[in-house]
Design a binder for this molecule. Structure first.
Ligand code: CUA
Length: 312
């Protein structure tokens, strides 16, 4: 059926589950539709008025009938909720240690960066059989990253990071669409996802046009150029907190709250440092909002993440 565009290939681990839920909902809808319209037709004939003075027998309720048409739909609705929740949690929770890839949407293209430093536009190369997590943001307006064959889709929002994960199950080329109206060329904001055997993907990453420096290396270079290093020294003697080993940890703030150091927190702390001040430090860091591009920001975030990985 994959030749028929309503049923794209099932090319990810969650695809069959999304489809199963969809077909179950369609089947349920068809069953109730036929039931309701069938009864309308049958009753219209069976209880039609046969003569002007005919008085039908009066019905004063039927407890068993009313209970059954309340309880059966209740359990059907709960069952649909369970199926939906199961798919939802599968789609939301990436497995441990996925391959990280970064995407920036822009009117009207997708800019992709791999951690090795390799970059591409409107094309996304991924290995087969390995979980991939995309961290995405937009340089301008709302976009939406949509890969029909993987049954995954998520909004790409200016000013914040959203993530999405998938694991491809077959090699080949698949459509990539923007699924949020984002301006006159929205319909042209299309690309392709190329799923390769892991060894081929590795060769491709290391191929001739490999970026040279990895994302973390590019981030480190900018970290030095922007002068971040003057305050965020690795030892705790700097005017700003040390960034070594902080990723995914809890950080205590001056106002007593605790935050988890994730990509969104790092992003906010670079662009608007005064939003959350770490306990024991002064709000002296300059604001970088409007000073760095989304791609540079992702590289710096990737560098700060790497400071936590080397510790393990
Ligand atoms: Cu980007 Cu529609």
């Amino acid at each position: 059926m994959s030749d028929f565009p309503l049923f794209p290939a099932q090319a990810s681990t969650v695809a069959w589950q999304v489809d199963a839920l969809y077909f179950f909902l369609v089947a349920l809808t068809v069953v109730f539709c036929v039931l309701v319209f069938g009864m309308v037709a049958v009753f219209a004939i069976k209880y039609r008025r046969r003569s002007d003075d005919e008085q039908p027998e009066q019905n004063h309720g039927n407890l068993a009938l009313e209970l059954s048409w309340t309880i059966i739909p209740l359990f059907l609705a709960l069952f649909v909720f369970l199926l939906g929740a199961d798919v939802f949690f599968r789609l939301q929770r990436a497995p441990a240690d996925p391959l990280e890839i970064y995407a920036v949407g822009k009117q009207w293209m997708w800019k992709i960066q791999h951690e090795s430093g390799k970059r591409e536009i409107n094309t996304l190369h991924v290995p087969k059989g390995q979980p991939v997590r995309l961290t995405m943001t937009s340089e301008d307006v709302l976009h939406d990253f949509y890969i029909p064959a993987f049954r995954v889709k998520n909004d790409v929002i200016p000013g914040r990071y959203t993530t999405m994960w998938f694991e491809a199950t077959q090699t080949g080329e698949f459509h990539l669409f923007c699924a949020e109206f984002c301006g006159t060329q929205h319909s042209g904001m299309i690309g392709k996802v190329i799923v390769m055997e892991p060894a081929d993907y590795h060769d491709w990453l290391m191929g001739a046009s490999a970026g040279g420096e990895s994302m973390a290396e590019a981030g480190q270079r900018q970290f030095q150029e922007l002068g971040c290093e003057t305050c965020h020294k690795t030892a705790s003697s700097g005017r700003g907190p040390s960034l070594v080993g902080i990723f995914n940890k809890q950080e205590k703030l001056a106002n007593g709250q605790e935050v988890t150091v994730d990509v969104d927190y790092l992003r906010e702390s670079i662009l608007q440092p005064r939003a959350k001040i770490v306990e024991g430090y002064e709000p002296i860091m300059p604001v970088f909002e409007g000073q760095i591009s989304e791609q540079s920001l992702l590289q710096i975030v990737s560098y700060i993440k790497s400071l936590s990985e080397s510790e393990e």
